[in-house]
Ligand binder design. Structure first.
Ligand code: NDP
Ligand code: HSE
Length: 425
């Protein structure tokens, strides 16, 4: 029998408890070990009881949990950086194996945790930290480990994908859709990390570290969220044959990495355009397997519990075989991270301009000077004043050239507004 402690019994912790109870016999048959939840650390006793936890298993005494020599696996499902980190460090020093769903921690303090795990010969697993129920970390670290990766493109946040889908398909307001995502248990305790892109940025940093064997952290990721997206942006994208998605991307070329999270116009024909609601997807390009796409529920109680319990079972097998010491990322390279301006892509440039002669010529000239080539232009009148809305799709260009042109365009008296979306597909 393997005794475990679950720290935090909210959406994910509750799901983990339920899944272990439900599939208990098969977990034993598959791993050769009975998994027994000895402790559930939870401030809110009623919440833990609602998940089916018995009163005598519920505790608020972390020191007693960590000092309990019977506990071999600590499952951290509280979230946050401070208390969760302290608990994991103390647990590793006490010789306990770790499972966590905490991407904040892995993306920011991963290195320290893995070094400590190595010193103490314990396992650290974090499958649920990226993509909820999608087994992307396991696939990359195990089955695909013979490959060298060049591109990771994904929709990695369930909350924002749910919001954008509801805004697009049902015309629901941003605020209503966000409230629904929180109610369904998809959003973080502080949903600003979802909607501002930080959650997806943490996840792409984790996947890039695995793919490129070079430590990527949150600070390396250029980040834009969906808070500025309005209904008009969605209507325009749809009219042009695109869906707006919060896209996370990491690319490696010549030992240099570029990483970002941003709302993008994704062509209807691109596989990511059809990924809706809480679903996430990760598209991997690698040298032997070529192209792989993984798809599934990116958040929520039971899909996330699936990944966490899978990690617990992997540790049971390590314990049974006396092979613990599988501690996460092997970052044996130190690759340069490029500025976002170096991104090579097609873009949608949106301008609000005065409707008068030579305006289009002036804009084309500013773009042309920097080698930005125009693929298509759509002009439509704006009801207020003598203004026009210009939508320009560019051919592939470095983002910095387009940004330089925008700086100069904003100085022209006839340009009232200018912004860009990256185009994918
Ligand atoms: P919840 O907020 O639903 O659950 C966290 C639980 O931990 C809460 O019940 C909280 O209690 C409790 N807790 C926090 N601090 C302490 C403490 N010091 N002592 C005792 N209990 C504590 O979060 P989730 O379950 O949604 O998320 C947990 C982790 O999983 C996070 O790292 C999250 O990013 C990650 N994750 C979540 C997914 C999801 O779909 N929800 C998917 C993938 C990963 P209280 O509320 O009273 O503070
Ligand atoms: N808040 C996260 C999301 C949970 O919406 O994707 C899963 O990591």
């Amino acid at each position: 029998m393997i005794k475990i402690a679950i720290l935090g019994c909210g959406t994910v912790g509750g799901g983990v408890y339920k899944l272990i109870q439900k599939n208990s016999n098969d977990i034993k048959m598959r791993t050769g070990k009975q998994v027994d939840v000895k402790w559930v650390l939870e401030k809110d006793v009623a919440k833990a009881k609602a998940a089916g936890v018995a009163e005598e298993q519920i505790t608020q005494n972390i020191e007693a949990v960590l000092a309990d020599a019977e506990v071999q696996i600590v499952v951290e499902l509280m979230g946050g950086l401070t208390f969760a980190y302290d608990c994991i460090v103390k647990a590793i020093k006490a010789g306990k194996n770790i499972v966590t769903a905490n991407k904040d921690l892995i993306a920011v303090k991963g290195e320290e945790i893995f070094v400590l795990a190595k010193e103490n010969g314990v396992d650290v697993h974090f499958e649920a930290s990226v993509g909820g129920g999608i087994p992307v970390i396991g696939a990359m670290q195990n089955v695909l480990c013979a490959n060298m990766y060049s591109d990771i493109v994904g929709i990695l946040n369930g909350t924002t994908n749910y919001i954008l889908t509801k805004m697009t398909e049902q015309g629901i307001s941003y605020q209503t859709a966000l409230a629904q995502a929180s109610e369904l248990g998809y959003a973080e305790a502080n949903p600003s990390s979802d909607v501002e892109g930080t959650d997806a940025a943490r996840k792409i940093a984790i996947l890039a570290s695995i793919a490129f064997n070079s430590r990527c952290t949150l600070d390396d990721v250029y980040q834009e969220g969906i808070t500025q997206i309005i209904e008009k942006d969605i209507t325009l994208a749809n009219k042009l044959g695109y869906q707006i998605k919060l896209v996370a991307m990491a690319k490696e070329r010549d030992e240099k990495i570029i990483l970002f999270v941003r709302p993008a116009f994704v062509k209807n024909e691109h596989p990511l355009a059809a990924v809706n609601d809480v679903f996430n997807a990760v598209f991997l390009k690698c040298d032997a397997a070529d192209e792989i796409m993984l798809y599934g529920r990116g958040a929520g109680e039971m899909p996330t519990a699936s990944s966490v319990v899978g990690d617990i079972m992997a540790i049971c097998t390590s314990i049974a075989n006396k092979t613990t010491g599988n501690y996460g990322l092997n970052c044996y390279k130190n690759k340069e991270v490029l500025e976002i301006g170096e991104l090579l892509s097609s873009f949608c440039l949106r301008l609000r301009v005065e409707d008068k002669p030579n305006v289009l010529a002036g804009i084309a000239s500013e773009l042309g000077k920097r080698g930005v080539s125009i693929a298509s232009v759509i002009q439509s009148p704006v009801p207020e004043g003598k203004l026009s809305s210009l939508t320009i799709i560019t051919h592939e260009t470095k983002e910095k050239y387009l940004q330089e042109a925008i700086v100069d365009l904003k100085e022209k008296e006839y340009v009232k507004k200018a912004n860009i979306f990256m185009c994918l597909g």
